[in-house]
Design a protein around this ligand. Structure first.
Ligand code: GLN
Length: 282
């Protein structure tokens, strides 16, 4: 009889296989994929090292590992990601929420009044909108995105996290909200310069939506539009806060200053990279 594949044996094999394919955290990804398949947590997996996998489990696992080996993001294979310690459904229509973006949420919370009216432009999975609504129980959030598929996911994420009654989702761009009155406008817009797209990690370049990444020739197109439109949407004294790519903070601050924003600030992420730029509509 062929020797059976146990949890431990297949984890070891998969870690090596994913490492060969250039994946940094092969062991962790293998554990997360297998734990999800067997409906265990990682501790559960460790308590079941000797458990053999049956034929159906093996087939299913091999298929998932194949997807990861082709550099599909782990979160798309699992169909979920965590952001701000909240659960989010994700898929190829939306960018996988990044920990860097939590810094934007922190800066927004530092400036929001309890009953703030907030606009999230290009909401994607709804990560920012849902996290803010979750932290501010009296706030109302409007979320817009040009991707209808993204909005469906974002709406589901609002439901799952119990904030659906205070978050509205509108297809389109900023013009869809020309009459808005907001205290805070937040965005993690597409900001990769078109010429840099080809050099991104395969997970990002080959799987994440171009719509959420491509910021035009210098990566700053979305900031130009935001700076122009946000001053019309914000109440006097309201804040515009945006995530920026590495090296973009000075240029984005200049754009905000040119559009009449004051009290400009910049905040670094936990890797020390200037990541959030903001200014006040005065
Ligand atoms: N943070 C993403 C990346 O570097 C880009 C997200 C964006 O363009 N808003 O892969």
């Amino acid at each position: 009889m062929a020797e059976s594949w146990t949890v431990l044996k297949i984890l070891k094999w998969t870690s090596g296989y994913l490492a060969e394919r250039g994946i940094d955290n092969g062991r962790l990804d293998a554990e997360l994929l297998l734990a999800d398949l067997l409906q265990l947590d990682r501790v559960g997996l460790y308590l079941n090292f000797d458990r053999p996998l049956n034929a159906a489990e093996l087939t299913d696992f091999r298929q998932r590992v194949g997807r990861r080996a082709r550099r599909e993001p782990l979160q798309y294979i699992l169909g979920r990601a965590e952001f701000w310690s909240l659960p989010f459904r994700v898929g190829p229509a939306v960018l996988v929420p990044r920990p860097d973006t939590e810094v934007l949420v922190e800066e927004a919370l530092a400036r929001a009044t309890p009953a703030a009216r907030i606009l999230d432009v290009g909401t994607g999975s709804g990560a920012i909108a849902v996290a803010l609504a979750h932290e501010l129980p009296a706030a109302r959030v409007a979320a817009v995105d040009i991707s209808k598929e993204a909005l469906l996911l974002a709406a589901e994420n609002a439901r799952v996290n119990g904030v659906a009654e205070r978050v509205t989702f509108t297809p389109g761009n900023l013009h869809a909200l020309a009459d808005g009155e907001f205290d805070l406008v937040v965005a993690n817009p597409p900001y990769i310069a078109a010429t840099d797209l080809a050099g991104l990690m395969p997970e990002v370049r080959d799987f994440e939506p171009q719509l959420a990444l491509d910021g035009g020739s210098d990566g700053l197109d979305a900031y130009r539009a935001l700076a122009r439109q946000a001053s019309k949407l914000l109440v006097p004294g309201g804040w515009l806060l945006v995530e920026v790519g590495a090296g973009q903070a000075p240029a984005v601050q200049e754009l905000l200053a040119a559009a009449g924003f004051g009290e400009l600030f910049c905040r670094a992420d936990y890797a020390g990279i200037p990541r959030v730029v903001g200014g006040r509509h005065i």
